[in-house]
Each structure stands twice: as structure tokens, then as C-alpha cells.
Write a protein that binds this ligand. Structure first.
Ligand SMILES: [Ca+2]
Ligand SMILES: [Ca+2]
Ligand SMILES: [Ca+2]
Ligand SMILES: [Ca+2]
Length: 145
């Protein structure tokens, strides 16, 4: 990346097209709402124990929901009240926030590569200046693993 400027969406697209990221999200199927929720759950569940604790939820929700989706309180997510967020609670909370609808711009029920890239880029561009600086890019790579 040239000094003093960040990555444009086109440059980010070049990084991701072909590196298998989007394919992993699709997992051989359509990237529909269930597949999106399933992939996000894996990415939010940093210790991979099958549930989100408060620290995992706090860190991941800030980046993934950003300014576009209301996060709400822990109790809105852990509706069962057992102290962790399981997959069903997670999927319900995202659905209540219109998360999939926000990604599925053409409303055809699945997330295309371009829609996926748009959503990732919007989340990653923390200062909303239309490009990804080194710190923004590093954080995006962290959340996408
Ligand atoms: Ca966990
Ligand atoms: Ca729970
Ligand atoms: Ca779509
Ligand atoms: Ca930026």
C-alpha cells in the first residue's frame, strides 16, 4: 500500500477475490440467513466453545454491528438468561436487528460476493472516510481470521 493512503474497496476486493474467504462463508451452499448467522457465530466465538460469553460478545458486536445496527443490552441477546449466548439466541438477536436484510441489498435471499464485500468494507471502515487505513485493515483481518 502506498504511504499515506489506505486501501480502496477495489483493492480490498482484489485481496479477497480468490483467497477463499467468501467461499468459506458459503461453505458450498447459498449464503442465506442461516449460513450467515452460522459463520458469524464461529467468528464471534473466539475460544470456540460453542457459546458467546460477555467478553466475546462485547468485542465482536462493536465491530460487526458498528453504527448501522443497534446493539442493545446483553439481556436482549441472552434471552434465556444463563449467562452465555447460544446459537439460537444469537440468530434471533441478529434477525431482530435486520442484520441479514442489511447485507442482502438486492433482497434475493442470499449474500453475493459483492454484497459480502460491501458489508465487510462498511464494517471495517471505522472512520467512514471510504478507505481502509493500516489499523482498520489489521482489525478487519482479525475479525475475519
Ligand atoms: Ca466462547
Ligand atoms: Ca443464553
Ligand atoms: Ca443478495
Ligand atoms: Ca477509513
Amino acid at each position: 500500500m502506498p504511504a499515506g493512503r489506505g486501501l480502496s474497496e477495489h483493492e480490498v476486493e482484489r485481496q479477497f477475490r480468490g483467497d477463499g474467504h467468501y467461499r468459506r462463508w458459503r461453505a458450498g451452499r447459498r449464503l442465506d440467513a442461516h449460513a450467515l448467522h452460522a459463520r458469524l457465530f464461529i467468528l464471534w466465538d473466539r475460544d470456540r466453545d460453542g457459546a458467546l460469553d460477555g467478553a466475546e460478545w462485547g468485542a465482536a458486536s462493536g465491530w460487526w454491528l458498528g453504527r448501522d445496527y443497534p446493539r442493545g443490552d446483553w439481556n436482549d441477546w441472552d434471552t434465556g438468561g444463563d449467562g452465555v449466548i447460544d446459537f439460537n439466541e444469537f440468530a434471533q438477536a441478529l434477525q431482530a436487528r435486520g442484520y441479514f436484510r442489511g447485507w442482502d441489498i438486492d433482497t434475493d435471499g442470499e449474500i453475493s460476493f459483492d454484497e459480502w464485500l460491501d458489508a465487510i468494507y462498511t464494517a471495517a471502515d471505522l472512520d467512514d472516510d471510504g478507505e481502509l487505513g493500516p489499523a482498520e485493515w489489521q482489525e478487519a483481518r482479525h475479525w475475519l481470521r
